[in-house]
Write a protein of this length. Structure first.
Length: 386
């Protein structure tokens, strides 16, 4: 048997213990490295998730902002649409002068027959409506009846009556003229209300479509009316079917005007419905005015934009043209409408004539009917008298 050396046993145990410690240290080191790695990975993932979440939140905020803006815009458009009629279809400016309210085609002077009497150095103008025996002298806007020796005493009362009538006519002839136009007329009810206002009011009819099939049928009993022609607006949402666009060539415009002439045979005047974009476009207005001249129409510029070039085109092609001075009912309020009416009267008195445009709202027509007392000093006329 081998002998066991007692001295060597403790050393072997020591070595085993050391090796165990080394192994455990290595395991701890490896474990700690794994934990550090896992921790690092988790931190990276959490950081990525945080950034991603933050980005998503920002995207959501942006989306919410966009949705909110769209809602506000839709609400704004809805509000604008409701207020559209009140603001008279894309109205941009309201003019208070009558500079452009001129006739570009000169009218031929009316020839007056002159008869010489046996009176010293005086010429007497004969009015054809009066008998040849009753002669009128016109001097400094005063009417004087000259009684020839041939007249009998019995005819004196007749002569006095004629004098009074002619004085009234002469006074009326020199009154400033105001033409009120009611746009957008489409129904018989509106037409009857306008007729019942009690004085001369011009009606501008919108051409027929699916929603207003009878707007060309109801005019048969009228002697005077206008065409309210839809032209392209700056905001496309106001353009209806058959609205003339700035891209339409002259043949398209001519077909449209020709069809309207068939529908409204007595109409001699056309004014624009909307048209803030069209009337500001030189080429488009040139094409339109050429066609209007061909079909013998007078154009009335509703002035839905300050940039209108209608005047230049009218001068270029020799088309008679008039311009709107006042919009009556941008606000549906009696006091406001009367205030605008007073402005129109003031312009007429200052410049000799004026054009005011309103719409067939109940408040507008009622106010006009109740405002006859404001119209003293002006003559309410149809546009053909301007």
């Amino acid at each position: 048997m081998k002998k066991i050396n007692a001295r060597k046993l403790p050393q072997k145990r020591k070595q085993k213990t050391k090796s165990k410690i080394k192994k455990s240290n290595f395991k701890l080191f490896a474990l700690s490295n794994i934990l550090v790695f896992i921790t690092t990975v988790l931190l990276i993932i959490s950081g990525y998730l945080y950034i991603q979440n933050n980005d998503l939140q920002q995207v959501d905020i942006k989306k919410d902002n966009i949705v909110e803006k769209e809602k506000l815009q839709r609400a704004k458009y809805a509000k604008e649409k409701l207020a559209f009629e009140e603001k008279t279809k894309a109205l941009e400016i309201e003019y208070v002068n009558n500079i452009d309210n001129t006739v570009y085609i000169e009218r031929k002077p009316v020839k007056q027959k002159i008869v010489k009497l046996d009176l010293p150095k005086k010429q007497i103008k004969v009015d054809k409506k009066i008998d040849k025996e009753k002669l009128i002298v016109v001097k400094k806007k005063e009417i004087i009846i000259v009684k020839p020796k041939v007249l009998e005493k019995e005819k004196k009362p007749i002569v006095k009556k004629i004098v009074q009538e002619r004085k009234k006519e002469s006074i009326k002839r020199y009154l400033p003229k105001l033409a009120i136009i009611i746009d957008d007329v489409t129904t018989r009810k509106q037409m009857n209300k306008i007729i019942n206002i009690g004085y001369s009011v011009n009606m501008a009819f919108l051409p027929p479509n699916k929603s207003r099939k009878n707007s060309a049928k109801i005019i048969k009993e009228l002697k005077r009316y206008m065409i309210h022609l839809p032209l392209q607006a700056t905001n496309h949402r106001y353009d209806e079917k058959d609205t003339l666009l700035i891209t339409d060539d002259i043949s398209v415009i001519e077909r449209r005007i020709k069809s309207l002439q068939t529908l409204y045979p007595k109409a001699k005047f056309i004014n624009n419905h909307t048209g803030s974009k069209f009337t500001a476009n030189k080429e488009a207005m040139d094409r339109l005015l050429q066609v209007l001249k061909k079909y013998n129409y007078t154009f009335i510029d509703s002035r839905t934009t300050a940039k209108t070039v209608a005047k230049e085109s009218a001068k270029k092609y020799g088309v008679r043209m008039l311009s709107r001075n006042i919009f009556l009912d941008n606000k549906k309020d009696k006091k406001y409408i009367q205030k605008q009416l007073k402005k129109a009267i003031s312009i007429a008195k200052k410049n000799g004539s004026a054009i005011a445009i309103g719409h067939p709202y109940t408040i507008t027509l009622t106010t006009l009917k109740e405002s006859q007392h404001l119209l003293k000093g002006v003559e309410l006329v149809y546009v053909n008298r301007l």
